[in-house]
Design a protein around this ligand. Structure first.
Ligand code: SF4
Length: 194
């Protein structure tokens, strides 16, 4: 697979840029052998930010994308869609979290910037090893088999049944209850375990 990585470093207004020199991170990323394009922008998740990603993919023939910004919990979905709209498989994309894991938890600008460069380098090394994935839908029978009728198995069976699905509970012993059924009383309530 070709390795033509594009790196996009987000300033998040001042959220990241107050602590991290985002332009320096983008320049450092440009030095990595796999990186053919690297830039910095104020709000990467905004419409202009996403357009910047889509256009750069086409203009620079990018094959993989790294975005250094916030937590994947925040915008991984947004960026996967943007990368896909630009023509790249959405799994040939990685996020480096330089906000929650860096600018929000550090004060020293030099050290935080060096850490951001490291996080970007790690994401670049990861993304060039990613393989394109395809989303597929497989029909499933909404029925559960639980092996073992101890406390965990019994509770799981009850939870699934309460959610409206059929459950088959299999136990090799003559009765269910597992270890719990062999006890007399349990601490701290001293209730009868059976
Ligand atoms: S992508 Fe994340 S870090 Fe960048 S502006 Fe949006 S919320 Fe902030």
């Amino acid at each position: 697979m070709k390795k033509r990585v594009g790196v996009f470093v987000c300033a998040c207004g001042t959220n990241i840029a107050n602590v991290i020199d985002t332009e320096k991170v983008a320049r450092a990323a440009q030095e990595l052998p796999e990186v053919v394009y690297s830039t910095e922008y104020k709000y990467m998740c905004s419409d202009p930010g996403q357009d910047m990603i889509k256009n750069a993919i086409k203009e620079h023939d990018l094959e993989q994308v790294v975005i250094a910004s916030c937590s994947p919990r925040m915008h991984e979905g947004t960026f996967r869609k943007a990368v896909e709209a630009g023509g790249i498989n959405p799994y040939l994309f990685e996020m480096a979290n330089i906000r929650e894991q860096d600018s929000w938890v550090h004060k020293d600008r030099d050290k935080a910037t060096r850490k951001a460069v490291d996080l970007v380098r790690m994401a670049v090394n990861k993304v060039v090893r990613n393989i394109p994935l395809q989303i597929s839908t497989i029909p499933v029978t909404k029925k559960a088999l639980i092996i073992g009728g101890g406390i965990a198995g019994m509770q799981a069976a009850l939870d699934i049944a309460e959610a409206g699905h059929q459950v088959v509970l299999v136990e090799r012993e003559a009765s269910i209850g597992g270890k719990m059924a062999q006890l007399d009383k349990t601490f701290p309530t001293m209730d009868c375990s059976a």
